[in-house]
Design a protein. Structure first.
Length: 487
């Protein structure tokens, strides 16, 4: 792969100003597949300077010019889709079926929806005697994770470009190769120099340098709550805007009138998708206490049907966890569940049978979990499902909301009005009814420690804009009567 030893700054691939490197490990084989350069503060300074200079002109481009740029980026991305899918699979372990069907296409989807949002977005409106104008916020620092890597890159880059912002991207150093491919997409699309910049590096170095930089106007971060707090703290010194999409511990309420066989089997598989490494995974399944045994049997049978193995095998549904660190964390939390007295229905510690190498983990189901157990409180980020009993619907809602997180929640019922009524009581940014998937048209983001701000389509575009009121823009004599009196 080209350009692993370089950064993309001001429209050119340039050598880093440091000598630090980092190996990228294939989690299925535990073997290195590439070595990337790791940047430092000086590299960030150069990228931010380029973005700041470019903002002067790019912020003044017309909607038509930005639509044309997004169209060229979409075309260049399409040409690289197969390579992006293969790269994502290789560096973070997603099965090729998932990489081809979701990981790479999700990136394309965000670009397309950013373009659609820009086509109809109203950047100004007259209110009383004033004109309110929405303008690009400025230079944006973008920090993205390894679990849905190119999805999160485009969920930020697409709206930022649509708004007229310039940016510096720091992807996860664990899965950075897709970001290098994306920078090549931006180059091939003829993105003006300095509008998009890429600096690889770790959080404590490049992440902190971006967050604390006085010439960065906004930080958009996706990752753990712990790291998000650090970004917010560093950003507070310069009072820059911070949007965050952080952790989750999503509750999944299976109501008494739901089709248990369908809902539980579907959601057990859904929880395991991407090896459970999704911030919105429905990891806490709440079931009526009187039907715990029935629910546990359905979940157990479903989990045991999930094929774990080589990401290149077309039958594989669950690949490895992304890294040794993640593997050890998940193993420790599974053991914690056993130690704290949850009933292990299937799975458990250790690799699945027949897999003695790679960061593979058994799809694991615990029943009779109480909501104060560690496996019900902490984000595991692995294919580990906790079945929690509830006595009645009020109790179910209480358990669902009893978490520091609030990214997503799920409700299943045989009556859609019943599901809607329960969903309205849940403190989460996204509520999925009866297995509904994500919708790029709708806002994505969380309550509480799951973050602030929203992504996707026009909701994401709004985050990259400032609002300016031009007072007296409309002559007083032409203004509505109610706007002529101040108090």
């Amino acid at each position: 792969m080209r350009n692993t030893d370089k950064f993309y700054i001001n429209g050119e691939w340039v050598a880093p100003l440091t000598k630090e490197t980092c190996e990228v490990i294939n989690p299925a084989t535990e073997e290195p597949i590439a070595s990337i350069a790791l940047g430092g503060k000086q590299d960030v300074d150069a990228a931010v300077s380029a973005a700041k200079t470019a903002f002067t002109t790019f912020s003044q481009t017309s909607v038509e010019e930005r639509l044309d740029l997004l169209g060229r980026i979409i075309d260049a991305y399409k040409a690289k889709m197969d390579e992006i899918a293969k790269t994502v699979s290789m560096e973070m372990g997603a099965p090729m079926g998932l990489a081809n069907a979701a990981q790479a296409p999700a990136g394309l989807g965000h670009l397309i929806y950013a373009q659609k949002a820009l086509e109809s977005f109203e950047f100004m409106e007259d209110v009383g005697t004033s004109r309110v104008i929405r303008e690009p916020i400025g230079v944006c620092g973008l920090i993205t994770p390894w679990n849905w890597p190119v999805n999160q890159i485009t969920a930020k880059v697409g709206p930022a470009l649509a708004a007229g912002c310039t940016m510096v991207l720091k992807p996860s150093e664990i899965a950075p190769l897709n970001a290098i491919l994306f920078a090549e997409v931006m180059e091939e699309a003829g993105t003006p120099p300095g509008v998009f910049n890429l600096v690889n590096g770790d959080g404590p170095t490049v992440g902190v340098a971006l967050s604390s930089h006085p010439d960065i106007d906004m930080m958009s971060f996706t990752g753990s709550t712990r790291a998000g707090i650090s970004v917010a703290q560093e950003s507070a010194v310069t009072v820059k805007r911070v949007t965050q999409e952080l952790g989750g511990k999503s509750a999944n309420i299976i109501l008494e009138d739901a089709d248990f066989e369908k809902a539980i089997a579907r959601d057990t598989f859904g929880m395991c998708m991407n090896t459970g490494q999704s911030c919105n995974a429905p990891t806490r399944m709440l079931v009526p206490a009187s039907r715990m045994a029935e629910a546990a049997e359905i979940a157990r049978a479903a989990a045991e049907q999930i094929a774990v193995g080589d990401p290149n095998d077309e039958d594989t549904k669950v690949g490895p966890l992304v890294s040794e660190t993640q593997f050890n964390k998940v193993q420790a939390l599974i053991q914690k569940g056993i130690d704290e007295g949850a009933t292990l229905e299937t799975g458990g510690v250790g690799r699945p049978d027949g897999l003695d190498k790679g960061y593979f983990v058994k799809p694991t189901v615990f029943s009779n979990v109480s909501n104060d157990m560690t496996i019900a409180r902490e984000e595991i980020f692995g294919p580990v499902l906790s079945l929690i009993p509830y006595e009645d619907e009020d109790h179910a809602v209480e358990i669902a909301n009893d978490t520091v997180y609030g990214l997503s929640a799920y409700v299943s019922s045989g009556d859609i009005d019943h599901a809607r009524a329960i969903g309205a009581r849940l403190r989460a940014g996204n509520v999925h009814l009866n297995g509904a998937p994500l919708d790029i048209n709708s806002p994505f983001g969380g309550y509480k420690q799951s973050g602030n701000g929203r992504e996707f389509s026009e909701w994401g575009l709004e985050e990259f804009l400032e609002k300016k009121a031009v007072l007296g823009f409309v002559p007083v004599e032409a203004a509505p009567a109610e706007s002529k009196t101040l108090f």
